[in-house]
Design a protein around this ligand. Structure first.
Ligand SMILES: Cc1ncc(COP(=O)(O)O)c(C=O)c1O
Length: 481
């Protein structure tokens, strides 16, 4: 996954005694599960274990339809590749096949799993840096599109394409299909990124490719930006239109695609809640006054993914067209690799509480230790934590309405001091107790399974895929692969 230096809210150090809450927006399947089928939650946790990730493929399919509706509105020829790294559930890969969209993979194993889910090789995009030869070979064999990350990788493609560089002599494995590649651009606004080719390197790559036009298909250019800045993303796309026109003039006649990567923002809470929350946040609202120097994901993004895509495509370019118009007029296909956006509201993570203890350090609070570890609610790679508040479901059906607040941090069950699922003291309105469960909202995008591990020899619990009809919830075990 790209190291995302997203615009993160800074944690204030100003003291405050009130414990701010961050109520999450909840999608309809989360609400159905919690409100109509709470018994199913306890039954599944008891039968399968904790933590339990529930995924909602219906929501995922609706999210695909939402993105497709925007692309249709702008009359664009477009290709969607679901960024598989964002969630391993097989049911999402199968939903991609049903919706006839592609998958973006970054390892040989992900490529194999996408194929196993029934995705055709030519609907698969391969991204990631300096890819291993076995991955490149399989990708070429399956007709997948490969995003070239460096000149060195381009040399590898040339050798796999069966060409002896410079002499145009076929090598024995020349019977592999023609590799289909895009060149990944490293825009000037991302100079500290370790991914992609700078403008000068793009020119060098085109020079190198010139001799292999008959044996390698250049489908276009790609990029991925950290953060959610729409004007920045539009400006880079606009820049790549110029590169496409220049490449076509040099004879690369199939150079037709701009792949804008991922980065459609997800809204986890209302913008107002987010602003208020940030303004009142202080170090003592966290267990051990934990500080997250890199800040947090911008949970209160103003736009939902489809609205952000619409705004991106409507951006006026210097020629006063919208970006979408510019793409249409130049017969450029748009490709996108949404991960988080397609998973918006497509799953929840459930933890069973194993025990609760009082911490008495002046302002007393509680620590609820759950069955599971913080690897199952990941923000570790960003030195951060997942902030939207979980719901507490009482095992004994107790009413949650209480005039009291029970600030509770959530600990993992490992022996490590830093294994905290939520360092933040969440202001529950009931006292958490053994065998109550916590339902963390909207965790399908990266939170669930990016960092899960078998530490302490604990098993990784399988996911449960759920489908809802008017009356029932149906479920089946999903794989963790
Ligand atoms: C190349 C590439 N494409 C797509 C994605 C998915 O991004 P997102 O989940 O923000 O949509 C990433 C994320 O790191 C990426 O690096």
């Amino acid at each position: 996954m790209t190291a995302q230096q997203e615009p993160r809210a800074q944690q204030s150090l100003s003291p405050s005694l009130a414990y701010p809450d961050l109520p999450a927006l909840e999608g309809k399947y989360t609400r159905l599960l919690k409100l109509r089928h709470p018994g199913k939650i306890f039954e599944l946790v008891k039968g399968i274990g904790s933590p339990l990730h529930c995924v909602f493929p219906q929501q995922f399919s609706e999210n695909i339809a939402g993105i497709q509706a925007v692309l249709n509105k702008h009359q664009l020829n477009a290709n969607i590749f679901f960024a598989k790294k964002a969630n391993k559930a097989h049911s999402f890969a199968r939903a991609c096949r049903e919706a006839r969209i592609g998958i973006d993979v970054a390892s040989k194993q992900e490529l194999e799993l996408a194929l196993a889910a029934g995705i055709r090789g030519d609907c698969i995009g391969v991204s990631g840096p300096q890819k291993e030869m076995a991955l490149l070979q399989l990708a070429i064999f399956q007709g997948a599109q490969i995003a070239i990350d460096s000149i060195e990788e381009l040399h590898n493609i040339i050798s796999l394409a069966g060409m002896d560089e410079g002499s145009n002599v076929d090598l024995p494995h020349a019977r592999l299909p023609k590799p289909k590649i895009s060149l990944r651009f490293q825009p000037a606004c991302e100079t500290n990124s370790r991914f992609g080719l700078t403008g000068a390197q793009l020119s060098a790559a085109l020079n190198l490719l010139q001799a292999y036009q008959q044996r390698i298909t250049l489908v276009g250019f790609s990029f991925h930006l950290s953060g959610y800045d729409i004007p920045r993303r539009s400006a880079v796309t606009h820049e790549l239109v110029t590169w496409i026109i220049a490449a076509r003039e040099r004879g690369f006649s199939s150079c037709n695609q701009i792949n804008i990567g991922g980065g459609l923002p997800v809204k986890y809470t209302s913008t107002d809640n987010w602003m208020q929350f940030q303004n009142s946040l202080a170090a003592e609202h966290f267990h051990r006054a934990q500080i997250f120097r890199d800040g947090f994901y911008p949970y209160g993004n103003e736009l939902h993914p489809s609205a952000a895509l619409d705004l991106f495509l409507s951006t006026p370019t210097s020629s006063h067209y919208s970006l979408a118009q510019q793409l249409r007029e130049n017969q450029i296909q748009l490709a996108l690799e949404p991960g988080r956006a397609l998973l918006d509201q497509a799953g929840v993570s459930i933890f069973n509480i194993q025990g609760v203890k009082l911490i008495d350090t002046g302002h007393h609070y509680w620590i609820a230790t759950v069955a599971g570890m913080s690897f199952s609610l990941s923000e570790q790679w960003f030195g951060s934590e997942f902030l939207p508040s979980p719901s507490l479901l009482k095992n004994n059906g107790d009413d949650l309405a209480s005039p009291h607040i029970f600030p509770t941090a959530i600990a993992g069950s490992s022996c490590l001091e830093c294994d905290m699922v939520s360092w933040r003291k969440i202001p529950f309105t009931a006292r958490p107790a053994i065998n109550d469960v916590l339902v963390y909202p909207n965790t399908a995008g990266y939170q669930m399974d990016s960092n899960e591990s078998c530490f302490h020899s604990l098993p990784i619990i399988p996911k449960v895929a759920m489908w809802f009809d008017d009356h029932e919830v149906h479920w089946q075990l999903d794989s963790n692969l």
